[in-house]
Design a binder for this molecule. Structure first.
Ligand code: ADE
Length: 225
């Protein structure tokens, strides 16, 4: 998979995407992530990518030209399955959406900033708008990092334990069961006996029950989806 991210703040994305599983997935060739500085596509000498809003509204708006130039340059080289804009107005991101994105070959993520982007970009260039939740961030970079992280860990081979991405919370609309490690008894706080029993049929049954109970208690909305 190839992911191109277009941003005015490349530094904000470098660290989150260069550690642990996401870094290893890149080194192992499961994903290529390219971060493009939008200012490199500016046509003026100050490298501006925003301008005042028509109609007298407060706040700066990201201009169409640098964005069109950046995305056109990428589209000339390959086809993209989706051109995503991170915005609080978008569809609410969830595990199903991550699963779908993980099946694609090439995606672009455009990170929003300032007051927003010229509507013509949204109408004619962007194919999907994604929000990571009903709150407003200062920019779309952290949203992009969240999307990339959640997608890359699903790519075959990205996680060493092949099954573990499938047993995550939210796969099958259920929260994951609780997990424990040594010691089995910490100051009287004990690990459930069944997990120490060695009876894997019973353990699987317990995990399923725990998943269902936790989902009913903590996220009943998931059971109605
Ligand atoms: N940019 C600002 N807020 C955002 C959000 N909630 N989701 C995605 N991008 C954003």
């Amino acid at each position: 998979m190839r992911i191109d991210i277009i941003t005015v703040l490349p530094e904000l994305l470098e660290s989150p995407l260069n550690h642990s599983i996401i870094k290893r997935a890149q080194l192992k060739g499961h994903v290529d992530i390219y971060i493009h500085n939008l200012r490199d596509y500016s046509t003026n000498k100050h490298k501006n990518v925003d301008d005042y809003a028509f109609g007298g509204d407060a706040g700066m708006v990201m201009m169409i030209e640098p964005i069109d130039r950046a995305i056109s340059a990428l589209k000339q080289q390959r086809d993209y399955d989706e051109i995503i804009y991170t915005s609080p107005d978008g569809i609410k991101y969830n595990q199903q959406e991550a699963n779908k994105l993980a099946t694609y070959n090439n995606i672009i993520i455009l990170c929003g900033h300032y007051k927003g982007i010229d509507q013509r970009i949204r109408d004619h260039i962007i194919t999907k708008e994604i929000s990571i939740g009903d709150y407003v961030l200062t920019g779309g970079e952290l949203a992009a990092a969240i999307i990339v992280d959640s997608v890359v860990r699903l790519l075959p081979g990205a996680i060493s334990d092949e099954t573990s991405a499938l047993t995550d919370s939210f796969q099958d609309n259920l929260l994951a069961p609780p997990v424990y490690t040594r010691p089995a008894n910490y100051k009287g706080l004990k690990v459930p006996d069944v997990l120490l029993s060695g009876n894997f049929k019973e353990i699987d049954k317990w995990k399923e029950e725990q998943s269902l109970q936790r989902t009913k208690k903590l996220r009943p909305d998931l059971l109605n989806e």
